[in-house]
Design a protein around this ligand. Structure first.
Ligand code: ZN
Length: 296
């Protein structure tokens, strides 16, 4: 049985077919242009291969995931030109004639790591992505966490000491929420250049401080057995080790978290994605498996 996968990002769509057991058989990267052109290119990719049993899509968002909603499968209010209120599910289903599984890109990444990467052997993991924005997806007891909508972890609050960091924050809604303080966009606005060009230890200490506050809150709230942290801003070698040290400091020996009392345990707990940049597409493949079984 073949499955199809799309990691539908704002700059590129990664399309793949695979056997659903972690083996990708073909992959193609399509630049994200207009909705019709991009969807058509994805359809052409799948038509060049044996027809998959289903296709899974991990999409940038916000995206309507409520199957009862008239706008299910639509990207909703994105600022990306041409993509607001765009239905990504129906055109794929119509053109390919197979079930389409859908979730957010970061939920797909969480699912991919849970099934094939760092989450193997555990029930509950969180995947935090720190890129232009900040997102979090979670697999809880083997199922993607949904509720009112998908989690919007990037907009949670973390303490903001304006004496240390006078930057007001980049979030257009909240200013200094987590995303407003620690996303790639926040770094760009605060330091005047893209995060990957920021080469100042103080800047990265501050970044580690905010991410550690966020991971600590996530740990207390969701109680994941593992936290995977990826995304373009996490490429600096010192960042994740710095976050680990600070999370241990913030937990401060709290007795309610006995598994997380020493640096070795923290190194196993807070990890980078072992699937690298394939977490999302592998998760989308899992979404396809679910759609083929009728479970999503
Ligand atoms: Zn916000």
């Amino acid at each position: 049985m073949l499955y199809g996968a799309i990691e539908a990002g704002g700059t590129k769509w990664v399309c793949a077919v695979g056997d659903g057991d972690g083996h990708l058989l073909a992959r193609e990267v399509i630049p994200t242009t207009g909705p019709e052109e991009t969807v058509s290119a994805a359809v052409r990719f799948f038509l060049r291969h044996e027809r998959p049993a289903a296709v899974g899509v991990g999409s940038f968002g916000p995206v309507d995931l409520n199957p009862a909603s008239p706008t299910y499968g639509h990207i909703t209010t994105t600022p990306k030109p041409g993509w607001a209120h765009t239905d990504v599910v129906s055109p794929l289903r119509t053109a390919l004639g197979v079930p389409i599984g859908l979730d957010t890109d970061v939920n797909a990444a969480a699912l991919g790591e849970w099934r094939h990467g760092e989450g193997q052997g555990v029930d509950t993991i969180a995947y935090v992505t720190v890129g232009t924005g900040i997102g979090m997806g979670a697999v809880v007891g083997g199922r993607i966490l949904h509720g009112l909508t998908h989690p919007e972890f990037g907009h949670t609050r973390v303490p903001h000491d304006t004496g240390i960091d006078p930057f007001a924050g980049s979030c257009p809604y909240h200013g200094d929420c987590l995303e407003g303080l620690a996303s790639g966009e926040a770094m760009r606005q605060r330091w005047g250049r893209p995060a990957e060009e920021v080469d100042d230890d103080l800047a990265w200490d501050l970044e580690a401080r905010y991410l550690a506050l966020a991971v600590t809150n996530l740990t207390y709230t969701l109680s994941p057995q593992r936290v995977v942290i990826g995304g373009g801003v996490t490429g600096r070698a010192s960042l994740i080790p710095g976050v680990r040290v600070r999370v241990l400091e913030l937990i401060a020996g709290y007795p309610g978290l006995p598994p997380l009392t020493d640096p070795d345990a923290m190194t196993r707990y807070l990890v980078e994605p072992s699937l690298g940049d394939l977490s999302g597409v592998m998760g989308a493949m899992e979404l396809a498996r679910g759609a083929a079984k009728g479970t999503t």
